[in-house]
Design a binder for this molecule. Structure first.
Ligand code: ADP
Ligand code: MG
Length: 379
């Protein structure tokens, strides 16, 4: 990828620029916890967006996307927003830096990536944090701190791409560190690195490639359930609840709200259990907690679907150490922790069995926990 980027950059713009990269992410555990003030457990992966960038002494950005095979040119004022959706991510980063008093001048760029688009690995956060990191280095002497870089990515999604996302994806992409996951407290944004370098195991994502059309905005309904229970308990979010508190009001709330809240409370406890297990290098327990999360998402939170439950069943049957839905649910990926020796057999069998049942093969992504945003090469 880097060779291709360098070749196209020199053909289009002549000479060379600095090369930067940033990564997509996985989330090991901690699902539907972000809006409840809880924990998530992401890490950056070895799938990246990489860009060659050089200031051009103009007041405009000239950028070529290798993967989309399109060129965009735009100015740096609010009214200069480009029409191509991929270019709006880059424009948004420029604008959000400027809005915070940072400097962005014109530049030339060529970029490409291998984070699968729309598969739940957050290619958009990789793109945002790659450019945010680069523009901080090129025009601001790295004076913008990493928290702000993550927020610049998040605000870009909100203000220029119409996606009302949380902070996890950008955070993981900016703060990612090889061999480490991070427990991120969605309330305080405090984060702590935990070693994730499991010898003898690997992580495999199985993308079902289904996305169920949803009626009645189930995401909003889940949030509303959580908010109702928190309010009934007199607390701000379910982060501060435990099962004793929930059981004490069981008779006063709907069964549905009870099970939604139960999942959130148990998920918080699972995240904390996984922290201990990682420190102890106990990946069997990590895996067990992943299965429990899947069960909770499926039965109590009710955000699974037949395809994801099937992937989970196959994993369990084959002796995969841990497997669960990753992401909001109703389609998308499962994340699987499995012994090296099982990898090839699992991949072959899950693909053929899923294909037999649902008429298409899932996509398989092997991932290794890697560094996030970084300078790859100085011109
Ligand atoms: P994801 O879950 O992967 O973040 P999104 O829909 O949020 O999915 O973001 C995908 C969008 O990000 C693409 O439609 C495109 O605009 C941009 N993008 C991601 N990767 C690339 C790439 N390699 N080249 C160009 N644009 C990209
Ligand atoms: Mg995205």
């Amino acid at each position: 990828m880097q060779n291709k980027i360098e070749k196209i950059f020199s053909e289009r713009f002549g000479g060379e620029g600095n090369i930067y990269a940033s990564a997509g992410r996985i989330n090991l555990i901690g699902e539907h916890t972000d809006y409840n003030g809880g924990f998530v457990f992401p890490g950056a992966i070895d799938k990246v967006i990489m860009a060659e960038i050089r200031p051009n002494d103009m007041e405009k950005v000239r950028v070529f996307s290798i993967d989309i095979d399109e060129y965009a040119e735009f100015g740096l004022k609010e009214e200069d927003a480009p029409s191509q959706s991929w270019a709006r991510y880059i424009f948004g980063i420029c604008r959000e830096i400027q809005k915070r008093g940072g400097s962005v001048k014109g530049f030339d760029a060529v970029f490409a990536g291998n984070v699968p688009l729309g598969a739940g690995l957050s290619s958009s956060a990789a793109l945002e944090s790659c450019f945010a990191f680069a523009l901080n280095d090129l025009f601001n002497g790295n004076s913008i701190d990493k928290f702000e870089l993550a927020k610049i990515g998040q605000s870009t999604e909100h203000n220029y791409c119409g996606v009302n996302c949380g902070i996890m994806d950008q955070f993981a992409s900016v703060f990612g560190k090889e061999g480490h996951l991070m427990r991120l407290d969605c309330r305080s944004l405090e984060h702590e690195y935990y070693p994730f370098n499991p010898e003898g195991y690997r992580l495999v994502l199985v993308d079902s490639r289904v996305k169920h059309e949803l009626k009645d905005s189930p995401y909003n309904k889940r949030r509303e359930s959580c908010e109702r229970v928190a309010k009934r308990l007199g607390i701000e979010t379910l982060r501060d609840a435990d099962m004793d508190m929930l059981n004490a009001i069981k008779g006063d709330i709907s069964a549905e709200d009870y099970f939604r809240a139960k999942f959130v409370i148990e998920e918080k406890e699972r995240v904390l259990a996984v922290c201990d297990a990682l420190v102890a290098g106990d990946y069997e327990t990590v895996g067990k907690k992943m299965y429990e999360t899947h069960e909770g998402l499926s039965k109590d939170y009710e955000v699974s679907c037949v395809e994801l439950d099937y992937l989970n069943d196959v994993a369990k049957e084959m002796g995969v150490t841990g497997s669960r839905i990753m992401g909001g649910g109703f389609g998308g990926c499962t994340i699987n922790l499995l012994p090296n020796a099982l990898h090839d057999k699992f991949v072959a069998e899950v693909c053929s069995r899923f294909n037999e049942k649902y008429g298409h093969e899932p996509m398989i992504y092997d991932v290794v926990i890697s560094d996030g945003a970084r300078l790859v090469k100085k011109a």
